[in-house]
Design a protein. Structure first.
Length: 135
């Protein structure tokens, strides 16, 4: 089981790097930067939100639960299943961010977002609908 998870992780990483490289080759440097940094930017965002006193305890528990789910090798849909394995993780991230947006508001998420504005706008739209992105 662990070996299959490592193979799936390596395949996803290779695909991710290939896509970033393709964007660079096509001259879309800002898009490549946004894609390459999206996952690390989300990790920084979650860490900052966990340390912010304006985020309620229940929402911090949601963030901690999400991080635990993402780190543990057991998923609802195993990661070695192409697309669907990562899709369940993305859906959970969007649902938790939606809950944080409802409680803290998009301004707090904007304050803590370390990445480019384009990826922040996309994340806000996916997590909270178009209304959250306009705030």
């Amino acid at each position: 089981m662990l070996e299959a998870s490592l193979i799936a992780l390596a395949a996803c990483l290779a695909l991710y790097l290939a896509f970033v490289g393709l964007l660079l080759l096509r001259g879309r440097r800002s898009d490549a930067r946004a894609l390459a940094g999206f996952v690390p930017d989300c990790v920084v965002l979650f860490r900052r939100l966990l340390g912010d006193g304006r985020v309620s305890r229940p929402r911090k528990l949601l963030l901690l639960g999400l991080l635990a789910y993402l780190v543990l090798p057991i998923d609802l849909v195993p990661d070695f299943i192409p697309v669907a394995g990562q899709l369940d993780d993305a859906i959970l991230v969007a649902l938790v961010l939606r809950a944080v947006l409802k409680g803290a508001g998009p301004a707090l998420v904007r304050e803590h977002w370390p990445g480019p504005a384009a990826s922040l706008g996309l994340m806000l739209r996916l997590a909270g609908g178009s209304r959250a992105a306009e705030c």
